[in-house]
Design a protein around this ligand. Structure first.
Ligand code: ARG
Length: 459
């Protein structure tokens, strides 16, 4: 049986495999709200400019609202033969209201319709994700405020580097996530133009009002080139890039949670709520949520690379290839949302093991830089020489199996005779972090002020 939408030209229906590869209803049904919203705006505009009657518009509105309820109630008869969400809804509308339903598609094509729906869906996703990122930032900033002075080791190369504080470390992620919000906001700003009315590719001869539908749908205005309108998905690529970068940030944090909860580190505790046991090993506490957050860039970055690859070399304008945009976008948005929710949960749940962090902060000769700086400040040694002297002191301490502060003044003076007792004042972890007062530095007073600023900004 020939397709109702193009049966005039067709005597026969598609082969089973044609239908199977062509249909998108299995996934694009997710855009039903956006599709109905776009059709309502389009119908209102058609009536406003006199292309359809007010009665037809009223019938279309009632019909679409009823269909929305059907879908919400799980009673809508989705059909693969009707290919996608656009034709499923239109066919059902005509079934319900007759003639008027067939007038809805005047001056419109599925090409501008789908471009519109995907933009609306992505815009909604951005708004939801933005609020979720803000929530993770809030959780981090609040925890950071509590632990502005909780010392911990700072790492480079995952080797002990200099003492920092737990709060300072958490606030590093707040900065990253803040830029993620900025990227999504930029994407939203460029995305916020309505392609509706570009029709198939060249616009339409009907006296439609694209400015009106754009305004109704909350866009800043209509897109300016009809070919571009139906051919472009760079808004989706931008969204996926921003999502992939954000997922990458979450993944780095998740990896730290995995490391920190490892008993050899024992830097933080996660409660039963954010760990799982093993079905065979009774002692286990596995940080599964963190591991899954760590893994999410696999699919999210995959969606970005997938769509870039679909779009590459695609001639203007619309090609069915572009139907492959949706699953990646949906999956990326849904999984980023999950990762954000899990991260917010873990941040609120985690408790630093303060004593253990303090011990670790002092291990590995972590105040060696403070010692070198002291030699520069007090003995006026050039930094390179101070570095060398400190290196010799570290080697000595290491051979004696003590910390730098465990060396006697005599042992120090054997390396550099001008060293005085005052040096011991800079060798403690507390002194080290307290001294790092440069803007953005790790001094607890700095960190407390930054954390407070973020908590207020995010309130
Ligand atoms: N399901 C299609 C998509 O997702 C809708 C647009 C189809 N347009 C067309 N001319 N076949 O891209």
């Amino acid at each position: 049986q020939a397709n109702a939408a193009w049966g005039g030209r067709y005597a026969a229906g598609p082969s089973a495999i044609m239908q199977a590869i062509n249909a998108s209803i299995g996934f694009d049904r997710k855009m039903w709200r956006q599709d109905i919203k776009g059709s309502l705006a389009h119908a209102a505009m058609l009536a406003h400019v006199g292309i359809i009657s007010a009665e037809d518009e009223a019938a279309i509105r009632d019909g679409l609202e009823a269909i929305g309820q059907e879908i919400e109630a799980g009673e809508f008869p989705f059909s693969e033969a009707l290919e996608d969400i656009h034709m499923n809804i239109e066919a059902r509308l005509t079934e319900r209201i007759g003639e008027a339903g067939k007038r809805l598609h005047t001056g419109r094509s599925r090409n501008d319709q789908v471009a519109l729906d995907v933009r609306l869906w992505t815009r909604d996703a951005i708004d939801g994700l933005d609020a979720q990122i803000a929530d993770v930032m809030r959780a981090l900033a609040e925890k950071a405020a509590e632990h502005a002075g909780t010392v911990m080791p700072g790492f480079t190369h995952l080797q002990p580097a200099q003492p920092t504080t737990f709060g300072h470390h958490l606030l590093a992620y707040v900065e990253m996530l803040s830029r993620d919000r900025g990227r999504l906001a930029d994407c939203r700003r460029r995305l916020n133009e309505s392609p509706l009315g570009a029709a198939a590719l060249c616009g339409t001869g009907f006296p439609i009002d694209r400015h009106m539908t754009a305004a109704t749908l909350g866009f800043d205005g209509p897109t300016r080139n009809s070919l571009d309108s139906v051919a472009s998905r760079d808004f989706a690529l931008e969204f996926l890039s921003a999502a992939a970068i954000c997922a990458t940030h979450l993944s780095r944090f998740a990896e730290e949670v995995v490391i920190w909860t490892n008993p050899y580190f024992n830097f933080i505790k996660l409660s039963d709520a954010f760990t799982t046991g093993s079905s065979i090993m009774p002692q286990k506490r596995n940080p599964d949520a963190a591991e899954l957050v760590r893994a999410k860039p696999g699919r999210i970055t995959g969606a970005l690379v997938g769509l870039l690859t679909v779009m590459k070399g695609l001639p203007l304008t619309y090609g069915k290839d572009m139907q492959e945009d949706k699953e990646g976008i949906f999956d990326a948005a849904e999984n980023l949302a999950l990762a954000l929710a899990a991260t917010a949960g873990m941040v609120r749940d985690m408790e630093p093991v303060v004593g253990r962090l303090a011990d670790a902060a002092g291990a590995g000769f972590s105040t060696a830089t403070d010692l070198a700086d002291w030699l520069v400040r007090e003995l006026k040694l050039p930094f390179r020489d101070a570095h060398h002297v400190t290196g010799r002191l570290v080697a000595k301490a290491e051979s004696l199996k003590v910390d730098l502060s465990g060396l006697t003044i005599g042992e120090m003076q054997a390396v550099e005779p001008r060293i005085t007792e005052a040096v011991f004042n800079v060798l403690s972890v507390a002194a080290s972090v307290r001294s790092r007062t440069s803007f953005g530095g790790t001094a607890p007073a700095n960190v407390a002020a930054m954390a407070r600023e973020w908590v207020e900004k995010l309130a």
